[in-house]
Design a protein around this ligand. Structure first.
Ligand code: PLP
Length: 420
């Protein structure tokens, strides 16, 4: 089977709305390597969009899934429950930076986790308003699109969206937005648009993912916590992309010493199996009445088995520490590259959530440069992802389990792609 044949069949059989980045088709993958149907080898710096912090087919995770396959694959947790969900909730409750007793509910996708976090916040507060950030990404369902602060390509043509959602600017050094500006914008909303007593939740990605790997400063997190406390608003940290070791901590919020009321998680939670969760203060989590939360596949046994193994691997292989170390190595390389490549306008990082922003000599966002670098890297066997409001950011999302020699090889390819 040739990539070109598959490409023409794909275009005929599936809609263009499901945009596909690569023009090669996966055959097999292991840890940080993907082989395509023509036998070519690629180093995977996309990791299934931040899903594979533990790499492709980690033996521990594959064994856990295989063992669960021999017991049962589905009973619908809401009909016939099983212990693994309870134990996983206990483990997440103990690990997540939530103040006081915590509870966790499981779902399937990141968007579903965010949807449910909003439902829980509304049930708890009896209010409807939600404040989110420009440039944020929270999913592709109607409510999560409403929360998403990026029109192209996500929102265009799909409205109207659920109401009572407000956006404020996210801090950005290049954009000249400070944490004080963001907090002032919220206070301005309270004056001009919505009574704070009608706001159920403020939702924030601790590091904006799709929005360009913008790292939220601690000052902003502290300010949001204070505003939420003052007005009885539920603070939601969307850790779907930042969670599970990527930033050098299990959860990015741990960098700030600020405890949100709810945390959404998905992606690397189950090492490639579909699973998401909302963990939060027990009192808040218990607001919806029985039957108000759930889903047919929520807490799928195979995914839950994988999630247990993911937690074991993160602890045993010290992946949080490794995320910090690999991130430092990459940032050092990028700083060196920046000297010869003035187009690199900014290097942003929290652990192994690392990105470069490309600008033209005139200071304009340079999405063309991103495409060229991606193309050259891919020709040399390295898969890179873009992001950012203007598509002018390259994000690096390698598996944290990547062997040192392969990481070094990837950095060599990156140097070449940046220089060419
Ligand atoms: C921060 C954040 N929230 C929510 C989502 C939506 O997750 P999913 O695509 O699993 O629905 C994403 C996906 O990229 C994300 O990065």
């Amino acid at each position: 089977m040739k990539n070109a044949d598959l490409q023409s069949r794909r275009l005929a059989a599936t809609p263009r709305g499901v945009g596909v980045m690569c023009d090669f088709y996966a055959q097999r993958a292991e840890n940080a390597t993907i082989w395509d149907v023509e036998g070519r080898e690629f180093i995977d710096f996309a990791a299934g969009i931040a899903v594979l912090n533990t790499g492709h087919r980690h033996p521990r995770i594959a064994a856990a899934i295989a063992a669960q396959l021999d017991s049962f694959t589905h009973t619908a947790y809401q009909i016939v429950p099983y212990e693994s969900v309870v134990t996983l909730a206990e483990r997440i409750n103990a690990a997540a930076p939530i103040k006081g007793p915590a509870k966790t509910a499981f779902f399937t996708t990141g968007a579903e986790a965010v949807e449910n976090a909003v439902k829980i916040a509304r049930a708890y507060t009896g209010r409807s308003g939600v404040i989110a950030f420009a440039g944020g990404f929270h999913g592709r369902t109607m409510m999560t699109l409403a929360l998403t602060g990026k029109v192209q390509p996500y929102k265009a043509g799909f409205g109207p969206f659920p109401g009572e959602v407000y956006h404020v600017p996210f801090p950005s050094t290049l954009g000249g937005v400070t944490p004080k500006d963001s907090l002032a914008a919220i206070n301005q909303l309270f004056k001009a648009d919505i009574d704070p007593k009608r706001v159920a939740a403020i939702i924030i990605e601790p590091v904006q993912g799709e929005g360009g790997f913008n790292v939220a400063p601690t000052e902003l997190m502290q300010g949001l916590r204070a505003l939420c406390d003052e007005h009885g608003i539920v603070m939601i940290a969307d850790e779907v992309q930042t969670g599970y070791g990527r930033t050098g901590k299990l959860f990015s919020m741990e960098h700030h010493g600020v405890q949100p009321d709810l945390i959404t998680m998905a992606k690397s939670l189950a090492g490639g199996m579909p699973l998401s969760a909302v963990c939060g203060r027990a009192e808040v989590m218990d607001a919806p009445a029985p039957g108000g939360l759930g889903g047919t596949y929520a807490g799928n046994p195979l995914s839950v088995a994988a999630a247990h193994a993911v937690l074991d691997v993160i602890a045993e292989e010290k992946l949080c520490e490794r995320a910090a170390a690999l991130g430092e190595r990459l940032v050092a390389r990028l700083r060196a590259a920046q000297k010869a490549h003035p187009g690199i306008a900014d290097i942003r990082a929290q652990g192994s959530m690392v990105a470069i922003e490309l600008r033209t000599a005139a200071g304009e966002p340079d999405a063309d440069a991103v495409r060229r670098i991606q193309q050259r890297a891919q020709e040399r066997g390295l898969v890179l992802l873009s992001c950012g409001m203007y598509g002018n950011v390259i994000r690096f999302l390698y598996p944290l389990t990547i062997p040192d020699a392969q990481f070094e090889r990837a950095l060599g390819i990156l140097d070449e792609a940046l220089q060419a």
